[in-house]
Design a protein around this ligand. Structure first.
Ligand code: FES
Ligand code: FES
Length: 176
């Protein structure tokens, strides 16, 4: 009688997966930064990996990889979401905006201008996520209160510096 070991279980799983390889993939269509996209994704692929590795949009950053830091924030159907927690296969038919969408026709978004003006640009990890959380807020509520701004970026963590300039930058963008 063959012995069932951890190793033999892994082999069995590997061959089962190999046998049903096609079931692991799915073709999806969605809109990305205003353009239609049709792409083949693995059923276990995360949205952040689809954006960065498959579609080459490296502006979205991975920090914690478990929904805690907000670095990977994108806008999905109008809502700021952490793309490390979204399965790529679930975005069929969705409208997604990444940080790359902010720079259009050679011009920065007013939010990016305001971040520059107020000295709110921090490191390359937290800034894209902060911008997208702020953008989602302004799309839904063009004139937010300070309290609403604080809530909107509360999921974007930075342990290096403060948030005052970020709040000021979002307020400035809202005024324009
Ligand atoms: S990388 Fe997604 S929340 Fe931190
Ligand atoms: S995490 Fe970006 S400056 Fe702190």
């Amino acid at each position: 009688m063959p012995r069932v070991t951890q190793r033999s279980i892994k082999f069995k799983m590997y061959f089962q997966r190999k046998g049903s390889k096609e079931a692991l993939f799915r073709e999806i269509s969605f809109r990305l930064n205003g353009e239609p996209v049709r792409v083949r994704v693995r059923s276990d692929q995360r949205l952040i990996d689809l954006l960065r590795d498959t579609l080459g949009l490296r502006g979205t950053k991975e920090g914690c990889g478990r929904g805690d830091c907000g670095s990977c924030t994108v806008i999905l159907n109008g809502l700021a979401v952490t793309s490390c927690l979204v399965l790529a296969a679930t975005v069929e038919g969705a409208e997604i905006l990444t940080v790359e969408s902010l720079f259009r026709n050679g011009r920065l978004d007013p939010l990016q201008e305001a971040f520059l003006e107020k000295g709110a640009v921090q490191c390359g990890y937290c800034t894209p996520g902060l911008l997208m959380s702020a953008k989602a807020l302004l799309l839904e509520n063009p004139h937010p209160s300070l309290e609403e701004i604080k809530i909107a970026v509360s999921g974007n963590l930075c342990r290096c510096t403060g948030y005052k300039k970020i709040f000021e930058a979002i307020q400035l963008a809202a005024e324009r």
